[in-house]
Structures are given as C-alpha cells and as structure tokens.
Design a protein around this ligand. Structure first.
Ligand SMILES: Cc1ncc(COP(=O)(O)O)c(C=O)c1O
Length: 489
C-alpha cells in the first residue's frame, strides 16, 4: 500500500529556516542585480524543456525546489530590478514594497467586503486618499485599487456607459436593440491599446473607437476631436467617452487635458485621463502642472507599479463619480450580504470593479510611502527626470544621433542617424541592430517604438537603483555599438 503523505501545513521550523534564507537571497540579489544579464539569454522553450511534464506525486524538499529555482528559473528571468533596465516602463519595485507583498501573501485576506478584512478596506481608503493628496487632487475624488491601468480604464469606460441616460445597457445589453445608437469612443493615435481593448470588451467595437490625430509633439489635437465628435453626432452616433493621456506610452507626450475637458463638457462626454505612467510625476511640486485640467475630468488612472517603486501589481483608479461606478458594477448575491453592507455603513470594494476576490494591495503602497516619505519619492522621480534630460542633452549634442520627441518625464526617444543616411528602411535596420547589440552586452535593456512610422529607440528610466553611471554607460554602449557597424560609415 502506498504511504499516505502527512497532512496539514509545511513544517513551520522549515518555513522559518527557508524564509530567512530567502530574505538573505533577496537582499543579496537586490544589492547586485547587475550580476545577471539584464535581458534573459534564454532561448524559446529552453526553460520548459528542463521542467518535468507532470507534477510530482509526492513531496519534494524545499532545498530541491530552490536549487531548481536557481538553476532553471533564474536563467530565464529578465531582470527588471537591474539598474540598466531601460525598456518599456520599469515596474520599479523596492525593498519596502517587497516586504509589503510578503505580509500580503502571509495574511492572504480577500479585500472584497469590508468584513472580510476591515483593515484591508480602510487602509485602501486611507492610502488612496494619501495618494490623491500627493497628486494634488481635490477631495472630490475617490478611488479603488486594481491590478493595472487596463482594468482601471475598463472601469472608467463601463462607468461612462452606465452614465448614458435612457439606454439601460447594464440590464438590456447592447445586442439586438433597434433603439441602440452606435456608441463612439475617442482616443488619440498615441493612446495605449488598453483603452481600445476596453471598447472591445464592453461591446462598443473597434470600429467605434475614433483615433484623433496628434500634433508634431504627439499631443491630441483638440480641434480634430471637436470636428470628429460633431461629425459623429450629425451622422447619428452617440459619442460618450474620450481618453486623454498624461504620458503616452511611446513618447510620454501629454495631451492638452484642459482643451479636451472643454470639448468633453460641451458634448457631454466622460473624460478619462490615462496617467498610468506620467501621473505619478504630479507628486513633484514643479511637475504638478502635468495634471492641469484633470480636476475637470471624470476619472483618472495612475499606476504606482509603473513609476512609484511599488511592485506589480498596483494601479489606482480615481473618479469624481464613485456612485456611477458602483451602479455599473454592484451586484449582491445573498451569500455576500452583511449587516454593515445593508446599512451602507462601509465600503465594499467588490462594488467598484469586475473582480470579486481582491488582493490586499494597499499594504505595500502604504509601506513604500512611509519608508521613503512623499519628499523622498518626489526626489527620486526628480532625479530620474534629471537623468533623462542629461541623456537627451548628449543625444542633442551628437552629430550621429537625433532626438525623436520632447522629454517631459523620464523617457528619451532617440535614434542613430548618421549623416547622409536618410532612407527610413535603412535607419530602421541600423537602429534595430543597434538595440540588439546594446542589449546583447547584458548591461542594459532598451526597447523600441515607432513614432510617425519612424523606428525609435526608447530609454525609460524608472528603476530605484538606476544612477547617473548606468545612464552614462547606456550612452557609451549606444555610441560604441554605432561605431562598430559598417553601415554607419
Ligand atoms: C499610458 C499607458 N496606459 C496604460 C497602460 C497599460 O498598463 P497596465 O499594464 O497596468 O494595464 C500602459 C502600459 O504601458 C501605458 O503606458
């Protein structure tokens, strides 16, 4: 007869021993994340090939599991903690954020109802209100934490749809209705794909996502927005939602929120501001202007996991209309009823989004804010922006490189452009090779985008460990890579 394995929890003395060992491991890793190449050198399928096809029937020792973590998993990790991680937007975790995650995992509470953990709800309310103040928003704003800006923007669009009078979409749906006008959503040609995804998810349809042209600085053209909305109204469409972005994904441009807000007001559109990346800059007093006009918006997303040293995942969704968000999402099955919920004496965060079960995310942001202080956080963002301006200056001073966009935050868009090479396809090939060469050093990781069809290298600074020397090294590597390419001569 097969032996019956022991039941119950892992031995807690073993847990304590391994836990101490892992904290030591994490501290050593964070002290020297540059010991590993920033971009994993793993080839497709290589990690999976080393893993068993089927799970173990019996118990395995933690020592064996951790050995496999070191030997199999670690080589397949791209090190977002590496100070040379300049791709996309960094996730910018930090030590207090990791400790917060540890406690969140240990407590493992579900922050769906107030009573399923009063502290989780009340800390979320408090931290959101702290963050609201840090961003310079008035007390008219209320928030909820989500897993990402994609979810936050989905909530915004669902609330906007809910606010449409007489259509009763929540109850009657969209399909098969003769009385349903075609709903229209407006974004710019630079808006993040998550907003279009929200329109897909909510049944608005991609055809009804109108992409408004942006100007030479990649900012939405308000006049083009007004023209598009007027034309759609004349054609019988129902415009209902516009998204302006503070810190677009490719170039970090800032849409003219006050002008967009005036148009939104004129045509009764819900104005959502996507500040997933750039919004955090508003905690720096000199950068508060980036949220100018947001006070007139209906909703806003800012992601502490993008640029506020908080580990994935944590997005904050703010709105001036929490009642509408609640009407869009609240659905109370009997088993979730409670006296305090019935009395509306408390907030149940399950009412403000799609998710029922919710992580206790507020804890890590609380610990991050308290560890560094608001001034300390602002100083770190200020330094990132200074480093970006410095890098932009080197690009501007170089005869072989050119800047592709203004630098309002901590991202520099640039490319190599040797004299006499003006064919776009050749420039794309050259810059693609440049990124590959630079990334192959293992010292930095940069990614690319296209701006107006032109291949562009992005250097995004956001890691708490990135210092001037790392940015300087990135510049040296770019120049060296260019010099080593025969086509650049
Ligand atoms: C401006 C902007 N909005 C939204 C998103 C989506 O963010 P998330 O990954 O949190 O859903 C991104 C991602 O980079 C972004 O840059």
């Amino acid at each position: 007869m097969a032996e019956i394995p022991p039941l119950g929890e892992m031995n807690l003395d073993d847990f304590r021993r391994t836990g101490h060992q892992l904290i030591d491991w994490v501290a050593a890793y964070l002290a020297h994340p540059e010991a590993c190449p920033v971009l994993s050198r793993s080839r497709p399928g290589e990690i999976k090939a080393q893993l068993p096809d089927a799970p173990p029937a019996g118990p395995e020792s933690m020592d064996d599991i951790l050995a496999d973590f070191e030997n199999i998993i670690m080589p397949g990790i791209t090190h977002w903690n590496h100070p040379g991680f300049f791709a996309y937007f960094g996730i910018t975790g930090s030590a207090p954020g990791i400790l917060g995650e540890l406690l969140t995992a240990a407590l493992d509470v579900n922050a769906m109802l107030w009573r399923t953990s009063p502290a989780a709800t009340e800390l979320e309310e408090t931290v959101l209100d702290w963050f609201r103040q840090m961003l310079g928003l008035s007390a008219a704003w209320d928030g909820v934490m989500t897993d990402g800006a994609s979810a936050s923007s989905l909530i915004a669009m669902a609330a906007a749809r809910q606010s449409l009078p007489n259509l009763h979409i929540r109850v009657k749906g969209l399909a098969g209705r003769a009385d349903m006008p075609r709903l229209r959503v407006y974004i710019s040609d630079q808006t993040h794909s998550s907003v279009e995804k929200a329109a897909i998810t909510l049944g608005v349809g991609q055809e009804n996502v109108v992409k408004i042209e942006s100007d030479e600085a990649f900012q939405m053209k308000p006049a083009a927005l007004e023209t598009a909305v007027s034309a759609d109204l004349a054609a019988g469409y129902r415009p209902f939602f516009v998204c302006a972005t503070v810190g677009t994904t490719s170039s970090t441009s800032i849409d003219p929120v006050p002008a967009v807000a005036a148009i939104a007001r004129k045509f009764n559109l819900w104005l959502h501001v996507d500040g997933a990346y750039g919004g955090a800059a508003a905690i720096v007093p000199e950068k508060r202007y980036v949220l100018a006009g947001v006070e007139q918006a209906d909703s806003l997303v800012v992601n502490p996991h993008k640029w506020l040293f908080t580990p994935l995942d944590l997005s904050t969704f703010f709105t001036r209309h929490p009642d509408i968000v609640r009407r869009a999402f609240s659905l109370l099955p009997e088993y979730l009823r409670s006296a305090e919920t019935d009395a509306r004496a408390v907030k149940d965060y399950m009412d403000y989004g799609v998710q029922l079960g919710r992580r206790f995310r507020a804890l890590k942001l609380w610990m991050v804010i308290r560890t560094y202080g608001v001034d300390g956080l602002a100083a770190r963002l200020t330094e990132h922006m200074r480093l970006a301006r410095q890098f932009a200056g080197w690009v501007d001073d170089s005869a072989e490189f050119e800047r592709m966009a203004p630098v309002p935050f901590s991202v520099v868009c640039f490319r190599a452009h040797p004299a006499g090479m003006d064919d776009e396809a050749a420039l794309e090939r050259l810059n693609h090779k440049l990124i590959e060469a630079v990334n192959a050093t293992g010292e930095v990781f940069m990614s690319h985008t296209k701006l107006r069809g032109r291949y562009t290298v992005r250097l995004a600074i956001g890691n708490i460990r990135t210092e001037a020397a790392h940015v300087k090294r990135a510049w040296e590597l770019c120049r060296a890579a260019l010099q080593s390419m025969p086509e650049a001569e």
